[in-house]
Design a protein around this ligand. Sequence first.
Ligand code: PLZ
Length: 458
Amino acid sequence: MSDSTVADLQTSLAGGPELPQERRLVTAVPGPRSTELFARRGTAVARGVGTTLPVFVDRAGGGVIVDVDGNSLIDLGAGIAVVSVGNAADAVVARVREQVARFTHTCFMVTPYDGYVQVCEALNRLTPGDHDKRSALFNSGAEAVENAVKIARAHTGRQAVVVFDHAYHGRTNLTMAMTAKNMPYKHSFGPFAPEVYRVPMSYPFRDGPGVDGATAARRAIELIEAQVGAANVACVLVEPIQGEGGFVVPAPGFLPAVAAWSRDVGAVFVADEIQTGFCRTGDWFACDHEGVVPDLVTTAKGIAGGLPLAAVTGRAEIMDAPHVGGLGGTYGGNPVACAAALGAIETMQSQDLSAAARRLGAVMSARLTDMARRHEAIGDVRGRGAMVAVELVRPGTKEPDAAATAAVAKACHAEGVVVLTCGTYGNVLRLLPPLVMPEPLLEEGLTVLDTALAVTAS
Ligand code: PLZ
């Protein structure tokens, strides 16, 4: 191909923020080309890998996904809280292009490179607390969680890992043990890793008003002390706002109390900020909201604008507990993923995406609260920043309504709005727009959701 042909191709194929920010349906969703590709998928891809919405993607950017039939969908999922800076964001594309042309891989453990160090420096600076920190990079959220446990065990010489009801930490063997929900994550895949103990989470909607943050923390701590023994706890690991478990925002005071207890008994307090991190909740990290300073933080998803990268960051003396060579992996901190992360972090800073998350969050919360007044199926509206959800129940009760939730999501999909569900009981509709989503587009997506609720869940 000549240079000019390549240049033409790049322009005509470009996704990213230049894509028209509009909902445009030119076929049914899914359209004929997606349907054809989906049939091929069935004969090539293992059925265990699920699909939320069977449209095949052609390009994406800003707040839209354009499918192979030419439909432009409003993206309220961001690839499960990943493309917070938008798909194919300019700074990510530029840095990745440059890096991929320089070198693609050497393995940081064999011959290191600067991008890895720069990402660690950024993480050490941006995560909560101004103490001396170190970071290590991995490929996926689950891998980061596994490594946080390894580091906590090496540091404390203890084994027990404490996690919470409704938690989600991944699909590897150890993280399956740490994840609460059986279907689809754990069913038929045991036996699971030992020394993982689960205690109750603070879940205001289901706990009711009698259980404030301090009470919920005491409830969890008493169980740990009675059933595990404080002296055996290597780490207490918690999502500051639970993601897959249903966007459960703990009552104020819960996280600070659990963190303080962990410190008192010499256990490592780990915040899993894989879904909440990097501006999603309107701060760099969800822990910032209550001034909680975790010993270790796990990050992934939003960190690198869509490239696979994850990290553990924390107190230098804890992070440095494992022996030299004890942490690593072939691809962890791959140079292309690091370049993407530097581009994503630069975008979050230059466009102040924490403020954008708060703005989008205010729009979503106001609209959803209004919908809750009109749709009896909405039992709760909750979240923080641009991480907002509604929990659907049978009217007048707190009985979860997974069927209505699935029906509302499906109706949104058919109208060209990508929404995701979550929750231990499958009855939570969650909204996670890219933080660069134009407000009118978000408003339009919410109007589609409002109509879907009226038609399917009333
Ligand atoms: N910790 C808090 O949200 C990933 C899971 C999607 P990985 N959540 C999306 C699915 O169905 O597999 C997640 C998370 C929290 C850990 C993880 C795991 O991150 O990058 O998917 O391994």
